[in-house]
Structure formats: C-alpha cells, structure tokens
Write a protein that binds this ligand. Structure first.
Ligand SMILES: NC(=O)NCCC(=O)O
Ligand SMILES: [Zn+2]
Ligand SMILES: [Zn+2]
Length: 466
C-alpha cells in the first residue's frame, strides 16, 4: 500500500476550513485529522508533504474545455496532452471536454473519435459531455445509452446556424428526452439567426474589425435566447445549465427562473469576469485574441456576474478553454471578424484568477472552492470522487501558496498557444504542488506527471437538482 501524508496546511473545502493533516492511501483520501493531534502524529508514510503556511484544496474541476476542437476551418491548438498538462500546472485535476456529433453522424461516432484523441494522452482525469448537432430519432435513442454509460450531459447551440445550431423544435425534443433519461442539457444561449443578419449588415458597412464581433452579438440576443431556453426547459420539465453566461440581462433571466424554483443553472468564465470589450477594441488586430462567443461585454456587466456568483444565481466558473494561436489561426479573420476562430485560452489560469477574486474581496475562500471544484463536480455527477477533500475521495489535491506573487504571461504559461489573454496581469497566489489520485503531477513547480496517467471517468447524473 502506498501512503502519503500532507502536513500542516489549511484544508479548504466548499464547506469547511480546518488546519488538518491529510492521509492518502492508494490514491484515495483515507483520513483527515487536526494538525498536532495524536491521531495525525501517529501516521507514517513513504511521502510526507509539508504544507505549512499553504492551502490544501481539492483539485480544480473544469467542466468546459475544448481540446483539439475543430472550428472555423482550424483546430483548437491544445491537444489533450498539452492542454491537460497546462491544466495541472494551474491546479486543475479534472476536465470535462466536449465530444462533437457532426451533422449526419451518430453520437457514438463523435464519442469514439474524442475517446481516441484523449486516450493515453492526458496528465489528469477527464470526462466528456456530448455536443448534439443533429437531433433525430436515432440521436434521441443514443442519448439514453450515453446517459447509462456515463456521458450524462448534452450541449446544444442556439447559435452558429449551419454548424452546431439546433432549432427550437430540436431543442425541445432533446430536453423532453433528458427529462426522461436524467441527462442535463447545456445551452449555448445566443440567437444565432438574428446574429447572422447583424453580421451580414455589419460586413456590408465595412465593419470588419474584431470589435464588431462584440457589437453584433448583442447582450439582448443572449438574454432572449436564455429566456427561450428556460421556457423550453420548463415546458419539457427538464433541468437546464446555461454555459458561458456573459450578459447582465442573461443573469437576470436565470435569477428570475431560480426565484420561481426552476432547476436552471448558470456558468460564467474568467474572461467575462476579468476582460471586456476594451480588449476586443485593441488595435492592430490584437482584439482578435479576445474573440469568443458569447462575446466579452462592456465592463459594467462584470458586477452582475460577481453578484450572481455570490447569490448562487450563477453556480460554476469554467474556462471554455478553446485556444487558437494569433499567428495563423486568429489571423484567418483579418478583414472579416466573422472568420476569426472563436475561443480563448485559460485552462491554466482559472484557479489563480479566482483566488485573486478572493484577494479582491469578490468571493470567500470557500466559495472559490465551491464554484471551481465542488459544484462542477456535483453538477456533472463526479462528486464526492472529485471536488472535495474527504475520506473516500480521489486524492486530487493542490498545495496552494496564497502569498506567492506571479505575473501571467505567454513567456511562462504551459498552454500551447502563442499569447496569454491575461498578459502582464499581477496575481497573488500560485499552485505549488498537485496530486492526481495521489500521484505527484506538479512537485514544487516542476512537472512530474506523465501523459497517460489521466483516465476517462464516467459520470453519474446531475447531483445538484432542487
Ligand atoms: N466559446 C467559444 O468562443 N468557443 C468554443 C465553442 C463554444 O463553447 O461555443
Ligand atoms: Zn458555446
Ligand atoms: Zn465552449
């Protein structure tokens, strides 16, 4: 039996903060005991990690990543190998990525393809949601099978007509199915049909710069789609999780639905909390680095997002990590913002940025762990294996130095992308060491993991329903 003890740290979970030692046996947490007590002192182990003065927190659960996603004629630049290694550097020990059903193909074909991309490559554990792009009778039957085997959430798009888009009828059918089989529909809520009209009109006026991406993808069209998705879910009697919420008007729709007692949930991302349309307006095509959908919003939307995270009208912060290099990828949209591949890098930055939110007073330490670890694990059927520090849980643990100072930069990050969305940002706090199922993946700021350590992790259904 292999044993590790982590001594002297402040153990933080979504519910508690205690000075405790943590005993790990064979990759799982075996026990916690208050530091200095006879019980803790009696533990012996081959590996002892001194966490004095540090936080001992659950590994992050990033429930929204896109490694190698095909988009706009190119592929997201992080592979499962590079992306999960970068995630580990940033204190994330589980990702839930999106397998894609292409139109005319089955869900199974998409899932098999994504399994093949990830198999043997990942440094940390991983699971899959399924993007449903082609709702038909076969797809609906396949959804039942996928839920049974641990792919329990399905993303649909009200945006991107002709690519991932589903109409209201297709959405309603998938929601009705998920009401029966226990799956959770994740919605990209933007009115893509209306947006495409505005894109065409903007380009006809010669408005081709990246900043127009933010102007045509209007907050009202995010709010309208969010409202419609909520009503469709209500008709179907299904729970709903709205991804990458960025507009204050969309937060208001979620808050109203939750006040009515509906099982409606919302996720936002660090880019909406820390970046804005000011970035999209950067000159010399630099704004393309910040093109994602939903788009970055004017700064005043950020207050509503922080408030939503405090009031639990928003429950999760994921990255929507979908990196494209500036050179050769974002550049595809020079002269036409609609051709810029959509997405930002961030899988390595999330835990640190949210710790900075603690330092800045936006959220408490326990809320940091709740929105970044515990709730995503519960929302997507991974709890308590993932997302907490408790006996029986996987020993996915981060030793976090809350006093270290760092400056985020492409020069020092590990993501396979040629820019940082947070270049030059000063952050207090840094990951020092990371264990994945008890194995050291980052050891005092050295990568000690390996491709293939991470395993596919089937999920149960949502554990967060009212
Ligand atoms: N968000 C984004 O811009 N790219 C990834 C695809 C998606 O999540 O819609
Ligand atoms: Zn989306
Ligand atoms: Zn996404």
């Amino acid at each position: 039996m292999s044993r590790t003890v982590i001594r002297g740290g402040l153990v933080i979970t979504a519910s508690d903060e205690i000075h405790a030692d943590v005993l790990i046996e064979d990759g799982r947490i075996a026990a916690l005991a208050a530091t200095g007590t006879p019980a803790a002192e009696s533990w012996t182990a081959e590996r002892v990690i001194d966490a004095t003065g540090k936080y001992v927190i659950p590994g992050g659960v990033d429930a929204h990543t896109h490694m190698e996603l095909p988009f706009g004629g190119t592929f997201a630049s992080d592979t499962f190998e590079t992306g999960t290694r970068a995630a580990a550097w940033g204190g994330t020990t589980t990702i839930v990525d999106f397998a894609v059903q292409s139109v005319g193909h089955s869900l199974r074909e998409g899932l098999d393809a994504w399994n093949a991309k990830a198999d043997g490559k990942c440094a940390i554990d991983y699971a899959f949601h399924m993007i449903v792009s082609d709702v038909n009778q076969e797809t609906l039957k396949e959804m039942d099978l996928l839920v049974e085997e641990g792919v329990t959430s399905f993303k649909q798009f009200m945006a991107y007509p002709g690519v991932f888009y589903s109409d209201d009828g297709q959405i309603l059918r998938a929601m009705q199915r998920s009401a029966e089989n226990g799956g959770l529909i994740m919605m990209h809520a933007e009115n893509g049909i209306a947006i495409d009209v505005l894109v065409e009109q903007a380009l006809a006026r010669g408005e081709t710069d990246p900043r127009y991406h933010g102007e045509v993808r209007k907050a009202l069209l995010e709010a309208e789609a969010t409202h419609r998705a909520i009503k469709l879910a209500q008709v179907a009697g299904a729970p709903l999780y709205v991804v990458h919420v960025s507009a204050q008007e969309a937060v208001a729709e979620l808050a109203r639905a939750r006040d009515e007692g509906l099982n409606v949930f919302g996720e936002t991302c660090p880019q909406y909390l820390f970046l804005s349309t000011d970035n999209l307006a950067e000159p010399d095509f630099e704004g393309s680095k910040y093109v994602c959908s939903t788009p970055l919003r004017p700064k005043q939307h950020q207050a509503a997002l922080w408030r939503g995270l405090r009031t639990n009208d928003l429950q999760v912060v994921s990255t929507d990590h979908c990196p494209f290099c500036f050179v050769g990828q974002k550049e595809l949209g020079r002269g036409d913002f609609s051709k810029i591949p959509n997405g930002l890098p961030g899988v390595e930055n999330r835990m640190d940025l949210l710790h900075q939110a603690v330092v800045d007073g936006h959220i408490s330490r326990r809320r940091w762990i709740e929105i970044a670890c515990a709730t995503p694990a519960r929302m997507f059927g991974l709890y308590p294996k993932k997302g907490t520090i408790a006996p029986g849980a996987d020993a996915d643990i981060v030793i976090y130095d809350p006093h270290a100072e760092q400056v985020m930069s492409v020069e020092t990050h590990h993501m396979n992308v040629d820019y940082s969305a947070y270049e030059g940002k000063h952050v207090t706090g840094r990951v020092e060491s990371v264990l994945s199922r008890g194995e050291p993946v980052i050891t005092e700021r050295e990568f000690t993991g390996r491709a293939g350590h991470g395993v596919y992790t089937p999920r149960s259904t949502c554990q967060y329903l009212l």
